[in-house]
Design a binder for this molecule. Structure first.
Ligand code: ZN
Length: 193
């Protein structure tokens, strides 16, 4: 008998969402690292708009990293997925609704997809693609961070600097975590997604 080959990965969509500073990227990196340690072919993607720490690595605020391919949109992820069995996508809100069809295609192709991102925008509304992924997801972890105003667990990202783009690509100092009671939605008219 030859050694048993590891069984093929089954299609699966895992969502990690929350506010800024909740540890979303850290959990994503942990899952991808575990899959790689288990012998899976893993590939990570980040949006090419997100250049805050490193263009070609996922990075946590405290310095953990995982190599990643910059992608301009969800189609670019499909084109560059290669033979990956596990695909990680960070800051999924930057890809918007286009990510839903891409996730569906990857799921049907037997790929395990782990996405992380912000699920409430600066106006307090659900951020695509998170509501749209709900019927497809196998798991959803909502991560919280201590509200900077009262200390309670928070799920919202309070914008502390003027918004200059609809994707809220902000620096570390542009947002702080807030609970629902302390969160103050931005007053300007919201952008259309
Ligand atoms: Zn609070």
């Amino acid at each position: 008998m030859t050694a048993a080959l590891s069984s093929p990965t089954r299609g699966r969509i895992e969502v990690i969402c929350g506010c800024m500073f909740a540890g979303k990227t850290a959990l994503l990196i942990e899952r991808l690292s575990e899959a790689r340690a288990a012998g899976r072919r893993v590939r990570a993607f980040k949006h090419s708009l997100d250049t805050r720490y490193d263009v070609t690595r996922l990075a946590t605020h405290d310095g953990r990293t995982f190599e990643a391919i910059p992608a301009a949109d969800a189609d670019a992820i499909l084109r560059s997925r290669g033979d990956a069995e596990v695909i990680g996508i960070d800051e999924a809100q930057f890809f918007g609704r286009g990510l839903v069809a891409a996730c569906q295609a990857l799921h049907e192709a037997g790929v395990r997809v782990v996405l992380a991102g912000i699920h409430n925008d600066a106006w307090g509304r659900p951020f695509p693609p998170f509501p749209q992924l709900e019927p497809l997801q196998a798991s959803r972890d909502v991560l919280r961070a201590a509200c900077r105003a009262c200390g309670a667990p928070g799920e919202f990202s309070q914008r502390m600097a003027p918004v200059t783009d609809e994707f809220m690509v902000g620096g570390v100092g542009d947002y702080e975590p807030r609970c629902a009671a302390c969160f103050e939605p931005l007053p300007e008219p919201p952008p259309a997604y």
